[in-house]
Design a protein around this ligand. Structure first.
Ligand code: IMP
Ligand code: MG
Length: 170
């Protein structure tokens, strides 16, 4: 069992999500929003964020993974595609963490090809020092240094997603 240190505690996370939810409400007055979560890591953030946004809201999910062992190619594999239509919808992609930016650069292009009314990105965490692809991110919970983090949806070998805080492995 790895030793996990708390990086961002639960109340700080909730407070920050509340701020982002208020900002989203201001940005989408009288508009319907589709929260499009990237499985599996975005689930806690998507829930905590969406329950604080009092617009008309729908959920969509997509699951992608990077090809194993070929990090430099930046190829993304689609494991689960959208089930609903996003044409003419206000879509907010919800992600747990943006690292190199490859996943979201790919997904953004894919989703834009389906002609949403608008497309924005909300991520709980961002590691700006790791960015390879330039990417506009509309809502960022916390910028963190280059540490491997777990909890609040983030995993290490599929474990620790259920931790209510964000921690790093010793
Ligand atoms: P990107 O395409 O390099 O931006 O990769 C983002 C994805 O890498 C995230 O959706 C996570 O699944 C994973 N990832 C990046 N950094 C971490 C981390 O510190 N902990 C857990 N997963 C991470
Ligand atoms: Mg992920």
């Amino acid at each position: 069992m790895e030793n996990i240190n708390v990086l961002i505690n639960e109340s700080r996370i909730e407070k920050r999500i509340e701020e982002i939810a208020m900002q989203i409400e201001r940005d989408y007055i009288d508009e319907e929003i589709v929260f499009l979560g990237i499985l599996k890591g975005s689930v806690p953030f998507l829930w905590e964020l969406s329950k604080r946004v009092h617009n008309k809201v729908k959920f969509e999910f997509i699951e992608v993974s990077s090809y194993e062992g070929t990090e430099s190619t930046g190829k993304i594999k689609m494991n689960k595609d959208l089930t609903g239509k996003i044409e003419d919808k206000n879509v907010i992609i919800v992600e747990d963490i943006i690292d190199t930016g490859r996943t979201l650069t790919y997904l953004k292009e894919y989703l834009l090809s389906q002609n949403p009314k608008s497309l924005k990105i909300a991520t709980l965490l961002s590691k700006p020092s790791r960015r390879i692809m330039e990417l506009d991110v509309d809502y960022i919970g916390f910028k963190i240094e280059d540490k491997f983090v777990v909890g609040f949806g983030l995993d290490y070998n599929q474990e620790y997603r259920n931790l209510p805080y964000i921690g790093y492995i010793e």
